[in-house]
Design a binder for this molecule. Structure first.
Ligand SMILES: [Zn+2]
Length: 351
């Protein structure tokens, strides 16, 4: 049987954090990284590596600049972490510089423009990185946004836990005055607002104030997994209304809510769970054009915590196969695997 090769976009990976924070080599395969790590790291059993991305034909990744706050609601101490805005800025700049350094590999480039996006999706295999910030604290002040954008930042997520700009996961609350100002600065640039991790109050305030493009790079449905980390139906409706895209996260804890008291899942999680989240957004939106994949692979969890059919990121095409099997059309599937994200990027990146 001839298998179609999908153009895949992954809307969230903490590549720089994994390299700088955990000393992982992104250009090595996930399997090599596993061999090198005798005990599981903070991020679990490695799932990402450039060779596996090429194997899956992942053409574009929204690569995060994520500095970890020393004080966060999870209680986890993550190293390195920041106490002050200046430390967050330094750590963010190091990650940005890391992405620039990766482009010394001729098959990796940073996507800053629409033209660069087209180049990375056409012809022989290339990986294009769209730099996206998770938690806006590395932006020291609203005016400082423009320096980041000059250097290539194209997507700004306000929160992880709460930040100096907004409420976040486990730390509810409104936008701060600086957060409202940052949105105004974002409107003067072609910058996309990433709402994943945003507290609900901040989310709706931001959508009212901000007229630019709005997405959620890595979030699932709260109707299925009722925690504030996921999107309520009302939030999904609001993103759909802006023609944004939501990246479904194939992370077991975000897919199923069947946990016991120790936080362990009581059931085996499979791609059927991913399909439930896809179907839920599809039902709310009346179609699949607002659905994408945002794996967050190696973002604090590894192969041990993802659906049974997936081992490394090379297995993402299995999501496409599962979607086809459950009755979605080829067009719908190519949308979910990448085309929907490409639409948003084409409409939002500068020429
Ligand atoms: Zn995240």
């Amino acid at each position: 049987m001839h298998h179609r090769q999908w153009v895949i976009v992954d809307s969230h990976e903490d590549i720089a954090f994994n390299s700088l924070g955990l000393g992982r080599d992104f250009l090595a395969s996930a399997l090599e990284t596993r061999k090198r790590e005798s005990s599981p790291s903070f991020s679990g059993i490695a799932t990402i590596g450039f060779p596996e991305m090429a194997q899956a034909n992942i053409r574009v990744v929204l690569a995060s600049i994520w500095a970890a706050a020393c004080h966060n609601p999870t209680g986890l101490t993550i190293k390195p972490c920041y106490e002050t805005a200046e430390e967050a800025y330094e750590q963010g700049q190091q990650q940005l510089a890391y992405y620039e350094k990766l482009t010394s590999n001729p098959y990796v480039s940073i996507v800053r423009t629409k033209r660069a996006l087209e180049r990375t999706t056409e012809g022989e295999y290339h990986l294009g990185l769209v730099m996206s910030m998770e938690g806006a604290d590395p932006i020291v002040s609203p005016e400082n946004l423009h320096e980041w954008v000059r250097k290539g930042l194209r997507v700004v997520g306000f929160a992880h836990g709460k930040t100096r700009y907004s409420g976040g996961t486990g730390q509810p609350g409104p936008l701060t005055p600086a957060g409202r100002e940052l949105l105004l600065e974002m409107e003067r640039e072609p910058v996309i607002l990433d709402t994943s991790h945003m507290a609900e109050e901040s989310f709706f305030e931001a959508l009212n104030l901000f007229k630019g493009p709005v997405i959620a790079t890595h979030s699932n449905c709260r109707a299925l997994v009722p925690t504030d980390r996921q999107l309520s139906d009302e939030m999904i409706h609001a993103i759909v209304k802006r023609d944004g895209v939501i990246g479904i996260v194939p992370f077991n804890k975000f897919l199923s809510f069947n946990w016991d008291k120790t936080g362990r899942l009581k059931e085996g999680v499979t791609l059927a769970h991913v399909l439930k989240h896809v179907q839920h957004i599809c039902d709310l939106a009346g179609g699949t054009s607002n659905i994408g994949i945002g794996t967050d692979f190696d973002g604090g969890f590894g192969s041990e915590s993802i659906p049974a059919e997936l081992d490394t990121i090379a297995d993402l095409p299995r999501i496409a196969e599962a979607l086809l099997k459950s009755g979605f059309s080829e067009n719908e599937v190519s949308g979910v695997m990448g085309e929907n994200w490409l639409r948003v990027l084409r409409n939002s990146l500068p020429t």
